[in-house]
Write a protein that binds this ligand. Structure first.
Ligand SMILES: Nc1ncnc2c1ncn2[C@@H]1O[C@H](COP(=O)(O)OP(=O)(O)OP(=O)(O)O)[C@@H](O)[C@H]1O
Ligand SMILES: [Mg+2]
Length: 192
């Protein structure tokens, strides 16, 4: 269970333009049935800042990230993204907020039946008005930036875990989000 306030030190920071923090979490709690996973979590991330949340397996890191993008609803507490309270937003508005937040899932979460390039094109098809040519160009730039351009016609099942993660990263970057959330970008198998 995560019950610390890992980021108190930076909560006083403001940036030059006095914009609201990118992410502001206050007194966030979440239980699944009898199990309390998050208890009174508060943290704040300003623009341009990187925050890593560390914790043992099963302590609630993924749940925290899923709450921030609205995949779970908190039992109590507040989550603001770019100053906007997201805990009770209707689906349409939540969708707008999500466009600004790239999310790399712990298991990459690619669409199994879509090729690598179709996976990266997906958010662009859904949320942008690019022409087919523009989209194609952007997809291949994104794939090149993660070293996956050679594998653009493969299906996720034909990739290694690390390759899937890189495609997930290209997809998370597709809409040039203000905020990027990574769930275990550098996971390695335990050595002990
Ligand atoms: N949808 C869910 N329903 C019920 N319990 C859940 C659900 N999602 C997560 N949990 C529970 O919440 C706890 C925290 O899970 P979470 O996935 O956040 O752990 P984690 O810190 O990301 O672990 P890891 O380092 O292994 O990825 C676990 O006990 C898990 O079983
Ligand atoms: Mg996790």
């Amino acid at each position: 269970m995560l019950d610390k306030q890992p980021h108190e030190a930076s909560s006083k920071k403001t940036n030059s333009k006095n914009l609201p923090p990118a992410i502001q979490v206050e007194s966030l709690s979440k239980s699944f049935g009898e199990q309390t996973v998050l208890k009174g979590i508060s943290l704040e991330i300003t623009r341009g800042e990187t925050l890593a949340v560390l914790g043992r397996s099963g302590t609630g890191k993924s749940v925290l990230l899923k709450l921030i993008i609205g995949l779970h609803k908190p039992d109590s507490g507040s989550i603001r993204v770019n100053g906007e309270e997201v805990t009770n937003l209707p689906p349409k508005e939540l969708n707008e907020v999500r466009k600004k937040v790239g999310f790399l899932f712990q298991q990459a979460a690619l669409y199994d039946s879509l090729t690598v390039e179709e996976n990266v094109a997906f958010p662009l098809r859904r949320h942008s008005r690019m022409s087919d040519d523009e989209r194609n160009k952007r997809v291949h730039e994104l794939l090149a930036s993660v070293g996956m351009d050679q594998d653009s016609h493969k299906l996720p099942a034909q990739l290694s875990g690390g390759m899937q993660k890189r495609v997930g990263l290209a997809r998370a970057l597709a809409l040039e989000p203000d905020i990027l959330l990574f769930d275990e970008p550098l996971r390695r198998k335990p050595t002990t």
